[in-house]
Design a protein around this ligand. Sequence first.
Ligand SMILES: Nc1nc2c(c(=O)[nH]1)N[C@H]1C(S)=C(S)[C@@H](COP(=O)(O)OP(=O)(O)OC[C@H]3O[C@@H](n4cnc5c(=O)[nH]c(N)nc54)[C@H](O)[C@@H]3O)O[C@H]1N2
Ligand SMILES: Nc1nc2c(c(=O)[nH]1)N[C@H]1C(S)=C(S)[C@@H](COP(=O)(O)OP(=O)(O)OC[C@H]3O[C@@H](n4cnc5c(=O)[nH]c(N)nc54)[C@H](O)[C@@H]3O)O[C@H]1N2
Ligand SMILES: [Mo]
Length: 563
Amino acid sequence: MTNSIEELADSNLILVTGSNTTEAHPVISLRMKRAVSKGAKLIVVDPRKIELTKWADRYVQIKVGTDIPFYNAVANVIINEKLYDERYVSTRTEGFEAFATHVQNYPPEYSAEICGIDVEDIYYVAREYAKASPGAAICYTLGITEHSCGSHNVQSLGNLGMLSGNFGAYAGGVNPLRGQNNVQGAGDSGAIPTDLPGYQKLEKPPIREKFEAAWGAPLPKRRGITKITAMDQMIRGNVRGVFVMGENTVVSDPHANHAEHALKSAEFVVVQDIFLTDTARLADVVLPAASFAESDGTFANSERRVQRVRPAVKPPGEARQDVDILLDLFNRMGYPQQLESPAEVWDEMRKLAPILAGITYDRLDKGQGIQWPCPTEDHPGTQYLHRDDMDSGMPGFFAPVDHVPPAEEPDDEYPVVLTTGRRRSTYHTGTQTGRASGFDLLVPHEMCEINPSDAEAWEIEDGDTLQISSRRGSVTVSAKLTERSPSGTVFMSFAFPELTRTNDVTSDAYDFITETPEFKACAVKIEKAAEQNPEWRTAQAKIRLAGEIVMPTKLKEQQQTCD
Ligand SMILES: Nc1nc2c(c(=O)[nH]1)N[C@H]1C(S)=C(S)[C@@H](COP(=O)(O)OP(=O)(O)OC[C@H]3O[C@@H](n4cnc5c(=O)[nH]c(N)nc54)[C@H](O)[C@@H]3O)O[C@H]1N2
Ligand SMILES: Nc1nc2c(c(=O)[nH]1)N[C@H]1C(S)=C(S)[C@@H](COP(=O)(O)OP(=O)(O)OC[C@H]3O[C@@H](n4cnc5c(=O)[nH]c(N)nc54)[C@H](O)[C@@H]3O)O[C@H]1N2
Ligand SMILES: [Mo]
């Protein structure tokens, strides 16, 4: 995030797009609700009528994959009505003229038609966002990034942040809400094909030389490949070994059959996980790891805050901390390690990565964590980025981006859009939530969420067993009728692979820059399955009954938890 979680409560306006915040980031959603209770405007732009829309001043229900025309049109209005921050644009950005000309191709009326919305929504968002700036925050997650045009989607939001002077503004910014625990820390530590720890570019010779000297080992001169490419190369025989750490690849990768084929094609597969997952079952060697609650070290959260974690319980059986397994591997592979503990590993990293240099264990032990960049030991850390200038040291570049529809659009054979994502009571592939009793009372199996008007037209009833097919595969799932889904678009999660491996169906398209898979759009056809699963119907009836009795009070409580 450019800004901090706590700051959101002070925003004048929050624009949430492609983020089901109350379900996927419940703590952050509390800050949003607090902002609303203090008078901030909340705008939600999302194809699905998610829970957060209940708190929104305006809900804009765009069609899946139409963010660029929407945000280009918003920029069009901000520029044509001269609502942008001229001083900020002239002192801190470049490329404004070309961008202003470009967005003339996206008049509100034209974009509204592509997005399937009322043109007034575009004027409203443009005027309110500009009026509330600086101090208007944009928050986005996978509805923006998991598209074949995902990086351009992000740039279209960045353009708005620059027009309105929100990069470097308290309670403003353009904020990607990070996903897994410590995914931020993984990136900070260099788990990116192009970067060494601290986002230092491997391909820059002085950087590479610094790390070679510190590690006493030669480094590759060229960037690595992404996982998408690696999986393809396994099938071609060019990547022969794979080490999977904390990922249930055959369930969570797009086009699951392809992912499984890739892992089966590799000569040697190692999986390091806390459970024997579907992926671990394919491995030649499984290394049992300790969980977060059994580990010592640091995690970095969404707002760049590095925090200490300490083991609360002992790992079971032969499970060991991830870091201990890795250090042992180094030793056994003939690269003896001086480092012995997570503290020593951290100390080495902070000495090599300027953004982390001032974050010591001593300081972490005393406080609530520190947000990078933190260049020196007397630096307090950075609450929000780009305060006086863009942190890159360069101006912000406006990006003239164009609408690119999803790689697979509905047609006569596959007439429905499937978008996938999360629900509050399940976590990804279900390896963890699937083992905890209680969650199954809320969502006992996969459900395909269908708009009731579509269901009527397709002669589908709640609880029916359906067969959902795409060009890549087919799954069975039970039907759930809900207004959350817009007409023509259905939704599924991917947490119940035993009976419904959703990613057998999802698209194999990906973003052309980051290679992020297009999980948010593919074309499917929906049929009633030849064999109905009566258990699914019973389970759903039970939830409905429980919902009628319990949920209204629960929901009320939730709505009251505004602070
Ligand atoms: N309970 C729970 N919480 C989680 C997780 C979990 O599995 N379970 N996973 C964590 C992880 S790793 C991540 S990355 C985050 C993900 O957090 P989110 O991205 O919030 O989760 P998704 O369910 O994928 O939701 C994406 C949102 O994008 C919307 N969307 C779909 N297509 C489009 C589009 O074309 N445009 C726009 N504007 N919106 C669109 C969907 O309707 C949905 O509301 O959640 C984290 N939190
Ligand atoms: N259809 C569809 N597919 C998607 C997405 C989508 O929106 N739609 N979203 C994508 C996204 S954003 C994400 S992040 C992925 C998530 O995909 P995965 O990361 O594959 O999903 P998880 O089920 O969370 O798997 C994490 C694994 O890590 C293990 N684990 C947990 N803690 C530890 C630990 O401390 N050490 C080790 N070594 N292992 C541990 C768990 O047991 C589990 O097997 O799914 C992606 N796939
Ligand atoms: Mo994620």
